[in-house]
Design a protein around this ligand. Structure first.
Ligand SMILES: *[C@@H]1O[C@H](CO)[C@@H](O)[C@H](O)[C@H]1NC(C)=O
Ligand SMILES: *[C@@H]1O[C@H](CO)[C@@H](O)[C@H](O)[C@H]1NC(C)=O
Ligand SMILES: *[C@@H]1O[C@H](CO)[C@@H](O)[C@H](O)[C@H]1NC(C)=O
Ligand SMILES: *[C@@H]1O[C@H](CO)[C@@H](O)[C@H](O)[C@H]1NC(C)=O
Ligand SMILES: *[C@@H]1O[C@H](CO)[C@@H](O)[C@H](O)[C@H]1NC(C)=O
Ligand SMILES: *[C@@H]1O[C@H](CO)[C@@H](O)[C@H](O)[C@H]1NC(C)=O
Ligand SMILES: *[C@@H]1O[C@H](CO)[C@@H](O)[C@H](O)[C@H]1NC(C)=O
Ligand SMILES: *[C@@H]1O[C@H](CO)[C@@H](O)[C@H](O)[C@H]1NC(C)=O
Ligand SMILES: *[C@@H]1O[C@H](CO)[C@@H](O)[C@H](O)[C@H]1NC(C)=O
Ligand SMILES: CC(=O)N[C@H]1CO[C@H](CO)[C@@H](O)[C@@H]1O
Length: 675
């Protein structure tokens, strides 16, 4: 080191450690006790403690202790703590307390260049509001505001990007914006939320930092209005922007102005004007409230009454919550003798009617399910040829305003089917009407039309279920589930059957109050008495039965035996059961499919010469005419020829000739004997 041109001797750092038994000329120099204020004793203590100062955990709020030799330590504090022992916390500033417009302005006296890191803790429940603006005399070169709960960052009035995670959940979030050269980054806690390429900014002494809003409330409004919430430990680079200074000295910006900013982070009393309805009890939370709702109510403000928990429906029905009310859903069985149900709007229906949905089940191939009419407008849902057909005619009476759609597949199969009839896109001038059966796209039928809605149904139309109003048209035989027009039920139950009247404004009501209904869905009694014969088991398939036959029987009613030989079809023979019927093996003497033909032994008989064939068992005999004889009458029957021998005369029979020798005859073939 040089002072006044003279080179000073080099002094190493002061010794840190222990000495003992230091003698000078046999005098003990150290350790030695000296007066307290003695200069020679400075920074010397008795003993040789090598205890680490960090062993006592001096750093509070989870600050990290860094040991520095034996004597001292430093604390690395977590934000928002500060001070030697991290004992001090930056003081939180409350903006928008009691919904006042509040903001604070800081001025910088530092040259930041083009690298800037701004960070702060924020806590809010508002999804929008202005957080921070950095501005010089000509430009607001950094803007931060909340939109839909997420932080928006804009640099140089131009490059903008949005954080991915919402911060408006009522918890503290550390928000960090880094502008480095041509890049801007946003972090929430340690997680990156996005980045954008920017033109470098130039922050200069005298630039202003607006926190929570701008003095001009209209300018603030364009960023979602004034911020409502809390801010703590705001920093730009290493400088603090303190609303309320802490005791620990830190490098800070100057607070120029603070309007309606309040110390601390005290919540507004959200329960001051009880927001909970229906006798719900309000509990205040930070800038929010919850309602403890009495039973039967729900919703954030207990605004929904759970009507169904009051069991308002008759026991043949199921209660379904409905906006501001409830509906009693049930199925109804229609038979030829059932009444047709008649409905009308209660005159208070506001919504536009653009859809109809219903569930049904039938085996009828033709019937009217729903029919609605007002003047020349009508709407029908019917079965034709086992297919579902919907027809709509509304508005002026031109043919082009008629809609007719038919299901692609048959529906009269005894199964439940759900049908929806609706416009595809209300925003189009000529919306397409779509019928979807069982939600299947394949059964989707469309039609182009000028008919936009079914609003005539709410304007005094008569709506009938189960048949036409007149006695023409085939009445429905089957079941109907809930029928809804734009979500409004055509109720099978009368209000007088319910324990509570339905409270909702918009309703359809049943008009014919003395109609008798058969609730639930039951088919005709097709199995009692059982039509199945031979102990076949009857299965009810809804308005249709099926017989499950024992193995010996078959046919619709188990009336046919499976054994083709059951009826002994082979008259004279043995029967064999085959897949394609039976086969007879006939006894001798019989033929034919069923051995019914007795074999005619006289067919092609050999009886000749007019001999008559006489049938016998497996054989025949020939009855010969007089002039013939033999087995087949093949022989002529000759008279006796008389022969005269030398000694006496004799006779040969049956054509036999006299032989030259006396007493013998020449016989014809077939004959023998002496004569
Ligand atoms: C004692 O130590 C402190 C801290 O290291 C130092 O500032 C001070 O000058 C020392 N005193 C003497 C007399 O050296
Ligand atoms: C204001 O800031 C912008 C952006 O950093 C910079 O381009 C402009 O020169 C600054 N104006 C003044 C007057 O400092
Ligand atoms: C109507 O019938 C269907 C099909 O059997 C059934 O799922 C539904 O629960 C019934 N609805 C009511 C209200 O009983
Ligand atoms: C409805 O039609 C409008 C106008 O053509 C179109 O922009 C929109 O995407 C359609 N919406 C649907 C769900 O098809
Ligand atoms: C309902 O009652 C009215 C009058 O009480 C009667 O005129 C009408 O025929 C009845 N309808 C049925 C379906 O019983
Ligand atoms: C008769 O034949 C049919 C067809 O091969 C078969 O289904 C049936 O079981 C048979 N009946 C008996 C009694 O073997
Ligand atoms: C018919 O069946 C019986 C008993 O199996 C047998 O004795 C008889 O020979 C059969 N007859 C013919 C024509 O096959
Ligand atoms: C008729 O005679 C011929 C020749 O002897 C014989 O083959 C045939 O079986 C006979 N016919 C009858 C039906 O007896
Ligand atoms: C019987 O006599 C006639 C006449 O002489 C002859 O043609 C015939 O062959 C004789 N018959 C026999 C069996 O000898
Ligand atoms: C009944 C019959 O046919 N009789 C004849 C037998 O033979 C003689 C001679 O050939 C005939 O005269 C018969 O008429």
């Amino acid at each position: 080191r040089v002072r006044n041109g003279i080179l000073l001797p080099y002094y190493p750092p002061a010794f840190l450690g222990c000495f003992r038994d230091v003698f000078v000329d046999s005098h003990l120099v150290l350790p030695v006790v000296m007066p307290e204020d003695s200069d020679a004793q400075a920074n010397i203590t008795i003993g040789c403690s090598d205890k680490d100062k960090c062993d006592d955990s001096p750093c509070q709020h989870r600050g990290r202790c860094v040991s520095q030799g034996w004597r001292s330590y430093t604390c690395e504090c977590h934000r928002p703590y500060e001070g030697t022992n991290c004992a001090e916390e930056y003081i939180t500033a409350r903006f928008g307390s009691r919904n006042l417009e509040s903001y604070a302005v800081f001025s910088s006296d530092h040259d930041l260049g083009d690298s800037l890191t701004m960070s702060m803790f924020i806590r809010t429940r508002q999804s929008s509001g202005l957080l921070l603006i950095l501005a010089n005399s000509t430009s607001q070169y950094l803007r931060l505001w909340l939109e839909e709960g997420r932080v928006n960052v804009q640099v140089n009035n131009f490059e903008t990007f949005v954080g991915q995670e919402s911060v408006s959940d009522g918890h503290f979030h550390l928000v960090t914006v880094k502008l480095e050269g041509t890049e801007a980054h946003l972090f929430q806690s340690a997680r990156s939320q996005g980045s954008v390429t920017i033109r470098p900014i130039q922050a200069q002494p005298g630039d202003l930092v607006f926190m929570g809003g701008l003095p001009d409330s209209r300018a603030s409004a364009s960023f979602g209005g004034y911020f409502k919430g809390c801010v703590q430990d705001l920093r730009i680079n290493n400088k603090r922007l303190q609303f309320y200074p802490i005791a620990t000295p830190v490098e800070s910006y100057n607070l120029d102005q603070a309007v309606n900013v309040v110390q601390g982070c005290i919540s507004d009393d959200a329960c001051a004007v009880n927001p909970c309805l229906n006798k719900g009890v309000c509990y205040a939370m930070w800038d929010a409230f919850t309602c403890s709702c009495p039973p039967n109510t729900a919703g954030q403000r207990c605004e929904e009454v759970k009507w169904c928990e009051l069991s308002p429906c008759p026991n043949t029905a199921v209660c379904q919550p409905h906006s501001q009310g409830f509906e009693c859903l049930s199925n109804v069985t229609f038979r030829v003798e059932s009444s047709i149900l008649h409905f009308q709007s209660n005159g208070k229906i506001e919504r536009s009617l653009t859809s109809v949905s219903l569930r049904f089940r039938t085996r009828q191939s033709a019937a009217t399910i729903l029919y609605a009419q007002k003047d020349s407008d009508y709407f029908t849902v019917s079965l034709r040829d086992s297919h579902l057909v919907m027809e709509l005619h509304a508005g002026d009476s031109k043919d082009s305003s008629k809609v007719s759609v038919q299901s692609q597949s048959p529906v009269s199969d005894g199964e439940w089917h759900s049908v929806e009839f609706s416009t595809e896109n209300q925003t189009l001038e000529n919306p397409r009407w779509i019928m979807s059966v069982d939600g299947s796209k394949t059964a989707l039928s469309t039609s182009q039309t000028a008919v936009r809605d079914l609003d005539f149904l709410k304007e005094g139309a008569d709506i009938f279920l189960g048949g036409l109003s007149l006695d023409t048209g085939v009445k429905l035989s089957g079941c109907l589930g809930s029928v809804q027009i734009e979500g409004l039920l055509l109720p099978f139950h009368l209000d007088t059957e319910m324990k509570l009247p339905r409270p909702q404004e918009e309703q359809f009501v049943r008009i014919n109050s003395n109609a008798t209904l058969q609730y639930g869905c039951s088919g005709a009694s097709v199995c009692s008495p059982s039509p199945c014969q031979n102990e076949g088991v009857c299965e009810d398939l809804f308005d249709l039965h099926r017989c499950s036959c024992p193995s010996e029987w078959t046919g619709q009613l188990c009336e046919d035996p499976t054994d083709a030989c059951f009826s002994s079809p082979c008259l004279f023979g043995n029967c064999t059961n085959l897949s394609e019927g039976f086969k007879c093996v006939c006894e001798l003497g019989y033929s034919g499919e069923q051995c019914e033909i007795e074999v005619d032994t006289c067919d092609n008989s050999n009886c000749s010469n007019g001999g008559t064939c006489l049938k016998a068992f497996l054989s025949y005999t020939c009855l010969c005419p007089q002039n013939h004889t033999g087995q087949y009458c093949e022989l002529p029957q000759f008279p006796v020829s008389t022969c005269k021998g030398t000694r006496w005369s004799y006779s040969c029979y049956n054509g036999g000739n006299c032989s030259e020798a006396e007493h013998t005859c020449y016989c014809l073939p077939g004959f023998t004997g002496q004569w």
